[in-house]
Design a binder for this molecule. Sequence first.
Ligand SMILES: Cc1cc2nc3c(=O)[nH]c(=O)nc-3n(C[C@H](O)[C@H](O)[C@H](O)COP(=O)(O)OP(=O)(O)OC[C@H]3O[C@@H](n4cnc5c(N)ncnc54)[C@H](O)[C@@H]3O)c2cc1C
Length: 446
Amino acid sequence: MSNALPDSTSYVVVGGGVHGLSTAWHLAMTLKQMGKGSGADVILLDKSHPGAGSTGVACGIVRNFYMTEPMHTLVKESVGVWTYDPILFGYQQVGFISCGDKSQIPDYEKMYQNHCAIEYPSDLYVGAEAKTFLKRLWPDFNPHSIEAVLHEKLGGYSGTARFVQGMVEMCTRYGVNIHSGVEVQNYQMANGRVTALETNKGTVKCDMVVLAVGPWMGKHWELLGKPDRLDVTYQDGSSIKGKDMWTYWRLEEGEVYYDRPYLTSDQKNPPVLHIELMDTPVPHPSNGREISGNVYVYWKYASERLNCPGLQGGAMPIKLGPKAILDPYGHANDNYQAGSEFADYLTACMGMFMDNLKGLRKNFKERRNGGIGAFTPDNLPILDWIKDNVFMIADSGHGYKLTGVGKLLAKQLVSGRPEEALKPFAFSRYEKGQAFGSGHTKVPWV
Ligand SMILES: Cc1cc2nc3c(=O)[nH]c(=O)nc-3n(C[C@H](O)[C@H](O)[C@H](O)COP(=O)(O)OP(=O)(O)OC[C@H]3O[C@@H](n4cnc5c(N)ncnc54)[C@H](O)[C@@H]3O)c2cc1C
């Protein structure tokens, strides 16, 4: 990696998270394949280093559990990137199982039908079949009010450090220069275009900018003269005036030491498990007191974060509002650390659903955890031009899994032809009455 910042370049990618890295790698590869250039035409700038944002602190889960159908194609495309080199990216394709209650059966059926329509292999189990399926996988499973199960075969997870290293390797292999410690502080503009980026290490003239700064997007949105509120019209005709452009959510996650084998009945690494039950209370394991009126929890095998066998999981995120303290980010930020209530909740849920996981509160790893994300007005990605030559990837907290966005964008930039899969995520959806609705869930991932 060279540290000399060029005076000018064709493509500048700002941000070394999943989207910046994937875009830079695919741009370099696509330019070469189409005989239109190479990685020498692309630079990536990061104010800290690759993986310093959400990508570095994510749980690392890849799933296609979305009420919003256009997301299914983005995830399918992304699985193609994950499996391009699963070893380099640390991708464990163990599958993903989501569990819901009776009220969610129609949502599950819709998701399953759409998975079938796009040939994304999944199985749906409802009623007694759902319970039987879970007990077959985990004989100690207590299904409680679970009545719907969607089993995605292609999902899984990847350790974040390994993944970032793999992506940097792909960028480097294709000749992209990654400049760490370079912060974009302002934009020079003429006739609706950005002509140069002003950084702490000097000014870089450029033809095209891909903005992939994750939770920091609000700051750049403002620098580019965009409004902090907007009117949003949904597909059912309803609308909300003056909605905040960005809303910050705090994501709570953590790890639990578990030195017995966490395996399925056929001795395999289990699928990622995700359970949302709207009206099923979670009792405190020692005194039975209700610690929550509903279940929202996920967990999977984790060894990267623990350096020994264990489980990693998360629960309901916490809404912060239109402002948040972004720096320092993630584990370094005193304001946004998962507290003891989170540890109580996660471990209570684990014991509630699996007998073998009872009593794990004492095994919770006390350490800094979690991070925040910037969510869009309808909690779904905005993937669009926000200046004539600035493309914004704002994934609304969905994005570790979305490695395919950078691939699709690279194809679009090099060929000059819009990619169908990106179109539903245009910014204009808010005024055109195409904003997405929310489905039956209490979380912002819809
Ligand atoms: C705790 C947590 C768990 C998560 N778990 C999952 C999960 O399991 N699965 C999933 O799909 N998603 C998950 N997510 C969401 C996912 O991590 C993010 O949506 C995704 O990583 C965002 O990637 P990004 O490339 O947009 O941004 P980031 O990864 O945040 O990268 C942005 C980069 O931009 C750099 N930057 C910022 N400002 C500037 C500037 N001015 N100049 C230069 N560089 C700059 C930063 O240093 C940073 O490296 C999770 C998020 C959190 C917080």
